[in-house]
Each structure stands twice: as structure tokens, then as C-alpha cells.
Design a protein around this ligand. Structure first.
Ligand SMILES: NC(=O)c1ccc[n+]([C@@H]2O[C@H](COP(=O)([O-])OP(=O)(O)OC[C@H]3O[C@@H](n4cnc5c(N)ncnc54)[C@H](O)[C@@H]3O)[C@@H](O)[C@H]2O)c1
Length: 485
């Protein structure tokens, strides 16, 4: 290992101390560590946001060889103390993530904060020359995506977004099956993710020592509206749209990431949501029931399809969560980390009789009908291929989370910016869920251009009114958008 990298810098240098005192809004200057990471060097990581997922992400990252955790930033003192116990008593810990970015011994940061901090810290980290693993959804609002992509492109650093399930064996297999045409052309995707328990509805435990002393409340608020200290908002931030992205940003995004990975689509062009805050009404301003419909237009990779996503946190009935990708020759249904492929190809001959209009014809017409049918459909066109069911079971030790980090680290080492879920991919998956929220809150259909990654106006046709006395008027007529081509 390079001796200058081996040197663990205990305190922050004068230059980095200066950085740490600058405000979040101001750009700050870091001497970039331009050294390549050789295969023999450890990749030194720091976690920013050591809450629930910060712990899981860090453990998954460390299941890869030659990775070392050197620093942690968090806003609750108890979590900084816990990180030292859980990982390493010598960890550098701070409430100020800029102190992490200023450290030359940090190669890569894991950004595992609430959603409203993702874009700020990602952009600052890339500017500071750090490789970035950022949790999903990549940004909190649609208008924040482009700035992250630009910062990544300029940085020459590697970035991975953290919807780790696409690194599972099941998703890799689903992609293989879909790309091999095993289910024909996809026409519909459905998924529901219902729950009925308080923790499932994001009412996470609040530590008994939560106070303005143990929590850096002002920093937590960041660019969110100012308000007095509130431990519920800090520890259950998902329940509030100032900091989180609701069920869409928390749960729909995983499915959309999977669908985009499997189908190689760029995204939907029309998004509509309906929802309700039905049950967990206390201390929450996002819906606990939401359904979103997304229309994916035809591309050179796939036919047009529709996707319907649902979350119901108040489902006291029988919960059977399922994700199905349905094509015109079969379907893929996900179960835990496994999948079931059902193949069903229709015969060419349509058949007649049973519940059909055939019996309503006169005898003479029936005879003529059968004659023509027999001539048109020889026996070989009348049998369907038997329905086939193929189960794929992921290996017992399949560790999607560690593999997602492995892809990130492999690209860091090779000097490649791209990953399986780079920021362009990450934003194309995040934008539809953020649009789903906009649709719910603004009560409107959102139109999206998945190629340019921009919101668009509703499609319209221009019709000309008949000319009256030498004057012609152009009238824009709104139409219902359709994915049909
Ligand atoms: N990929 C997945 O499967 C998955 C699962 C759960 C959560 N997540 C994502 O991980 C992120 C964190 O979720 P969580 O459940 O761990 O939340 P959490 O509340 O448990 O942890 C968030 C931590 O971030 C810290 N924090 C907040 N602002 C900070 C800042 N400016 N600087 C440093 N630390 C800051 C808080 O102190 C807190 O400890 C979210 O974006 C969430 O969507 C992803």
C-alpha cells in the first residue's frame, strides 16, 4: 500500500478545518486525491448517515475484501457512539459531513441520510473528489436530478445508487429471461407492497435521550422549512414530505429500478397517482395508501406497457404481496429472492363453441362456418403449447447487497465512472416515483420525457378552425395521451 495513504490522519488538517467552517451553500475547495487505487490498496470508506440503513450498508460494504471503514458522520450522538462500538473504537466521527469530505484518507462515501440531503452531499462529495454510493431515491425532487448527473460527469469519480436488489441473482435471471424473449412482449407490470404494523409504517423507535443536545436539529433541517426541535420528525422523517419521498420514494423505487434493469427501458411518459392518508394519521403528511399508474411508451427495446404499483399500510386483510411482469407469452412472478416463470403460448386457431356466439347461428350457417374454419386452421394450428412453469431459486448465499457494493468497488478500482446503477440510471428510476408524488399532491397527470429526463407539457394536437372571412384561428386541443404507437 502507498505509505501516504496508509498514514491515518487523526485530526483534520488546517486546510480541512477551514473547509469545515464554510456553509453548506458555499462551494468549497478540496485538494483532490488523484491517486489511483491499486488492487493492493484498501478502499477507505466513510458513512454519512449511520442510522438503520447506514449500518446495513456499511456491513454490506465491509463484506467485500480490502475495504476499510475510517470515518462516520451522523447528527445523533448516540449513533456516533454506537458506530465506534459496532465497527471500530478508533473511527473518526463527526456531526459535520464536510469534515469527512475534507479527509484525504477517505476514498469513497456512503450517503445514507434522509432523502432531502442526498443531492447536497452527493454533489459536495463528488466535488471533493470522493467516489459516491448514494441511497435511493437518488434525489428528493425531480428538479434536483440533473445537477447530480452533471457533478458526476465532471468529477471523473465512480457513483452507484443504492437500490441493491438488481444485483440479486433473481433480477439477473429475470433480465436474462426477458431479453431471451421467454415471456414475449411485456404488456403489463403489477406490484403491491402492503403492510399492517406500526414499524412497517415507519414509526421507528425514538431513543430516550433524544434532545436538542444529542441531535443536531438545525443541520438536519438543511434546506427544509425551519421549525422547533421535534424528535418525531428527526427519527421518523419518512412520514413528512419535507424530508422524505413517501411510499413512492421508499418502495416503488425498488420495483421501478428492477423493471428498468430487466426491460432496459428508459422510463414512463405518463404518471398518475391516487392515494389517501387513511389510518396512520398522527404525525404524518404523506399518504399511507397509494396507487400509481405509469405508461411506458414503445421503444426499440420493448413494446408499450403499463405499470400499476400499490402500497397499503393499512391492509388488515390478507396480505399477499406480489410483483408480476406479464408478457403475451408468459409471466415472471417474483417470490422473495426467487422467481417463477410461467410460459403460456396461445394456439394460432381461435377456437369456437362453448361460451361463444357460434350456437346462436342457424344450422346452415354453423355448417358453413365449420367448413371455412377447418380450411383455415389445420390441426397443427389448434393445439397450444403446454403451460410450462420454471422456478429459479437463487443460491442460498446470494448476497445482493454485498454484490451491489462489489460492483461499485470494482469500478472504483478500475477507474470507471459507470456502475450497474449509475446516476443516469438512478435518476431515470427516481424521477417516475417523484412524479408519482407530484401527481398525488398536485392532483394531476405528470408527463415525462424519459429520453431527455425532463417534464413535458400534456400532449396536444393542433387543429385549424374553418377559416371565417379570411381569418384563421389555430386552436390547441388537449388529448388523452396514449402509449400506442
Ligand atoms: N436500499 C434500501 O433497501 C434502503 C432501505 C432503507 C433505507 N434506505 C435509504 O437510506 C436512507 C436512510 O434511511 P434510514 O432508514 O437509514 O434512516 P434513519 O433515520 O435510520 O437514518 C438516517 C441517519 O442520517 C443522519 N443524518 C441526517 N441528516 C444528516 C446529515 N446532514 N449529515 C449526516 N447525517 C445525517 C441521521 O442522524 C440518521 O441517523 C434513506 O434515503 C432511505 O431511503 C434504503
Amino acid at each position: 500500500m502507498n505509505p501516504s495513504r496508509r498514514k491515518f490522519i487523526k485530526g483534520i488538517s488546517a486546510a480541512s478545518a477551514l473547509v469545515a467552517t464554510q456553509s453548506v451553500a458555499k462551494p468549497f475547495h478540496i485538494i483532490r486525491d488523484l491517486k489511483k487505487i491499486s488492487p493492493n490498496d484498501k478502499i477507505r470508506i466513510a458513512t454519512i448517515g449511520m442510522g438503520i440503513q447506514g449500518n446495513y450498508d456499511t456491513m454490506a460494504a465491509l463484506r467485500n475484501p480490502d475495504v476499510e471503514l475510517v470515518a462516520v458522520a451522523d447528527l445523533y450522538t448516540g449513533r456516533l457512539q454506537h458506530a465506534k462500538t459496532a465497527f471500530n473504537p478508533d473511527l473518526f466521527t463527526t456531526r459535520d459531513y464536510r469534515e469527512i469530505l475534507a479527509r484525504p484518507d477517505v476514498d469513497a462515501v456512503l450517503i445514507v441520510t434522509p432523502d432531502h440531503w442526498h443531492d447536497h452531499i452527493t454533489i459536495a462529495a463528488l466535488k471533493a473528489g470522493k467516489h459516491v454510493y448514494c441511497e435511493k431515491p437518488m434525489v428528493q425532487h425531480i428538479n434536483e436530478g440533473k445537477a447530480v448527473i452533471d457533478a458526476w460527469k465532471k468529477s471523473s469519480k465512480t457513483m452507484q445508487v443504492g437500490s441493491q436488489r438488481i444485483s440479486s441473482a433473481a433480477f439477473q435471471e429475470a433480465k436474462r429471461l426477458v431479453q431471451a424473449g421467454e415471456i414475449g412482449a411485456i404488456n403489463y407490470i403489477e406490484s403491491n407492497n402492503d403492510r399492517f404494523n406500526s414499524i412497517g409504517a415507519w414509526n421507528y423507535s425514538i431513543p430516550t435521550d433524544a434532545s436538542p443536545e444529542t441531535v443536531d436539529w438545525d443541520r438536519f433541517l438543511g434546506d427544509a422549512p425551519k421549525r422547533p426541535f421535534d424528535p418525531v420528525r428527526f427519527f421518523r422523517w419518512r412520514n413528512f414530505k419535507d424530508y422524505g419521498t413517501g411510499v413512492a420514494g421508499d418502495l416503488f423505487v425498488h420495483l421501478i429500478t428492477g423493471v428498468h434493469f430487466v426491460t432496459e427501458t428508459l422510463g414512463p411518459n405518463r404518471i398518475f397517482s391516487s392515494g389517501n392518508l387513511a389510518y396512520w394519521k398522527e404525525n404524518r403528511d404523506v399518504p399511507d395508501i397509494m396507487t400509481s399508474i405509469m405508461d411506458y411508451p414503445k421503444t426499440d427495446k420493448h413494446e408499450a406497457f403499463q405499470m400499476v404499483l400499490r402500497v397499503n399500510f393499512a391492509n388488515a386483510g390478507k396480505i399477499s404481496n406480489v410483483t408480476r411482469i406479464i408478457g403475451n407469452e408468459g409471466q415472471i412472478e417474483f417470490s422473495e429472492n426467487n422467481l417463477i416463470l410461467t410460459k403460456k403460448k396461445l394456439p394460432i386457431a381461435p377456437g369456437y363453441g362453448n361460451y361463444d356466439s357460434y350456437f346462436t347461428f342457424t344450422e346452415e350457417v354453423q355448417r358453413e362456418f365449420v367448413k371455412q374454419y377447418d380450411a383455415k386452421y389445420p390441426p397443427e394450428t389448434r393445439t397450444a403449447e403446454p403451460v410450462k412453469e420454471v422456478k429459479f431459486e437463487a443460491p442460498k448465499d446470494d448476497d445482493a447487497h454485498a454484490k451491489h457494493f462489489a460492483d461499485f468497488f470494482a469500478n472504483v478500482r478500475s477507474g470507471s465512472q459507470g456502475t450497474i446503477e449509475d446516476p443516469v440510471f438512478g435518476f431515470r428510476a427516481a424521477a417516475p416515483v417523484l412524479a408519482a408524488n407530484e401527481s398525488y399532491f398536485d392532483n394531476k397527470v405528470i408527463y415525462w420525457d424519459p429520453v431527455t429526463m425532463t417534464k413535458t407539457a400534456p400532449p396536444s394536437t393542433v387543429t385549424k378552425k374553418p377559416a371565417s372571412k379570411g381569418k384563421s384561428t389555430v386552436v390547441a386541443k388537449k388529448t388523452v395521451a396514449t402509449t400506442k404507437k
